[in-house]
Design a protein around this ligand. Structure first.
Ligand code: ADP
Ligand code: MG
Ligand code: MG
Length: 201
């Protein structure tokens, strides 16, 4: 018998791992256009490392599990995206664990997204995964529902096409980064969609 908590954590891990495995080649292809072509490989390595720890993670309370998943991503992803996704999950976990008082998920996500921005010294409009995270947070605050969140994430990733990269490897390309979807924004939208689909079931 599997507890509701274990089913939730295990389901989230599986949904994220599957969507990254299915789209790893595409994500690396996007990264080949404006980076070094490894974003899909990096993310797949990270989610495989998380999967290895699955049986231990599902026994933890959700906030603690998110922190542990974040630490694993920091150690295993390898690229710039590792510490950024890691910071996101570690911060959500820390905020939800209530160390600084009771807060809801929207508030926890807000603080975590701000922590990612500080870590990457990036702002909205810089053509990074933050250009998906901020709109997703906005939809969570608006209580838009899972379908709305998923839709906004996909649209937000597409909008990075018109942006000039200001952070990460793509920034070296300057104006030549315009016209390509940011790989980190794309992975973030894919993960958001996979999580929303899982939670809808
Ligand atoms: P690397 O660039 O080290 O090869 P990845 O290819 O795995 O790392 O990840 C690249 C993605 O990371 C970019 O598409 C972008 O979304 C994100 N990124 C890179 N640098 C930053 C930063 N300073 N702040 C926010 N996001 C960043
Ligand atoms: Mg790369
Ligand atoms: Mg790299």
């Amino acid at each position: 018998e599997v507890s509701a908590n274990a089913a939730l954590i295990g389901g989230l891990i599986d949904a994220c791992r599957e969507v990254i495995a299915a789209n790893a080649d595409h994500l690396s292809e996007l990264d080949r256009a404006i980076g070094d072509g490894d974003h899909g490989t990096n993310m797949r390595r990270g989610l495989e490392a998380v999967h290895v720890e699955r049986s231990r993670l599902v026994q933890l309370a959700l906030p603690r599990a998110l922190e542990e998943i974040g630490l694993t991503l920091v150690m295993s992803v390898g690229g710039a995206a590792g510490p950024l996704y890691g910071t996101l999950l570690i911060e959500i976990g820390r905020q939800l664990s209530g160390a600084s008082g009771q807060i809801d998920f929207a508030r926890a996500l807000e603080r975590a997204v701000d922590a990612v921005a500080r870590r990457g010294r990036a702002s909205p409009g810089d053509k990074t995964l933050l250009d998906v995270l901020y709109p997703v947070h906005g939809e969570v605050v608006r209580r838009a529902g899972l379908a709305g969140i998923c839709e906004v994430a996909q649209r937000a990733a597409s909008l990075t096409t018109g942006m000039r990269a200001m952070r990460g490897r793509a920034a070296f390309l300057g104006d030549r980064s315009i016209g390509h979807v940011d790989p980190g924004a794309k992975s973030c939208a894919l993960l958001t969609a996979a999580i929303c689909r899982f939670l809808e079931e």
